[in-house]
Design a protein around this ligand. Structure first.
Ligand code: XBP
Ligand code: MG
Length: 253
């Protein structure tokens, strides 16, 4: 059996509920600032989440939900600029500190640091967004706790492709058996499972109906001493919240 050497964290939906209250409003602010009458409500955004990556999501919206829109010349640049504006609004929202980490995330990260467990971020979101979330929740130094920040366009094929996980493992000189992934969505588990990583899922409102049959453990949240998780599938070995001991058991199991 290989000992657990690293924790690989997805960001959006896993560390914090950023999709509904961060990304979605930031997209809408960018649309308004660009003089577009587009509005992504919570339910439409749920459908748009099928596609990862903000630029990819804008294109998907126009292909599937707003086919009347006449694409401007230099459409690629148009999407890039719109997305850059969205990133600015998103990082501003993070700086206002309105999006907290999910229950138990900070505790687990601190426990991992204390034990000297290696950690990385593996996400499809833009690197600036990761920096903004970490700084404004875990503090200005926290980015350095993660050995690798694998994010955004660093690999061309985003989740559900395994590429971003494989890239992170390669950077860390680890094999999939050495690590475990933390995810919240179907695209996330498809990506981590295709990279041969064992995965622990914490669901959220957008992902609660997703198929997580490839995950080792599915929870409603990581939970805490006074806020026990609900186990949706897998074996929590009698634990009431997700600590490093349970993570190691899931990895070994
Ligand atoms: C996150 C995403 C991202 C964000 C938006 O997925 O799909 O596209 O919604 O980020 P995951 P950008 O949690 O699997 O990483 O607009 O910066 O692309
Ligand atoms: Mg996610």
């Amino acid at each position: 059996m290989t000992a657990l050497k690293a924790l690989l964290f997805d960001v959006d939906g896993t560390l914090a509920d950023t999709e509904r209250d961060g990304h979605r409003p930031a997209f809408n602010m960018a649309f308004q600032a660009a003089g577009l009458d587009w509005h992504w409500d919570e339910s439409l955004y749920g459908e748009l989440l099928t596609v990862t990556g903000g630029k990819e999501r804008i294109r998907y919206y126009l292909e599937k939900f707003n086919t009347e829109f006449v694409k401007p010349d230099h459409f690629d640049d148009f999407v890039k600029q719109l997305h850059a504006s969205k990133t600015q609004f998103y990082t501003q929202l993070m700086a206002e500190g309105k999006i907290p980490l999910r229950e138990g995330v900070e505790r687990l990260i601190n426990e991992a640091r204390t034990e000297g467990m290696r950690m990385a971020i593996v996400t499809t979101t833009t690197p600036e967004n990761v920096t903004a979330l970490l700084k404004n929740t875990l503090g200005p130094e926290s980015e350095s706790w993660f050995e690798v920040i694998a994010a955004g366009d660093i690999v061309p094929a985003k989740k559900p492709a395994p590429d971003i996980y494989l890239w992170a493992l390669e950077q860390m000189n680890l094999s999939a058996a050495d690590a475990i992934a933390f995810e919240d969505s179907l695209n996330g588990i498809k990506s981590s499972a295709a990279a041969d990583l064992k995965t622990i899922i914490t669901i959220n409102d957008y992902t609660k109906e997703d198929d997580f049959s490839q995950a080792q453990l599915v929870l409603d949240q990581m939970g805490d001493q006074h806020s026990a998780f609900t186990v949706l599938s897998g074996d929590s070995a009698g634990h009431r919240f997700l600590n490093l001991e349970l993570v190691k058991k899931v990895h070994a199991g």
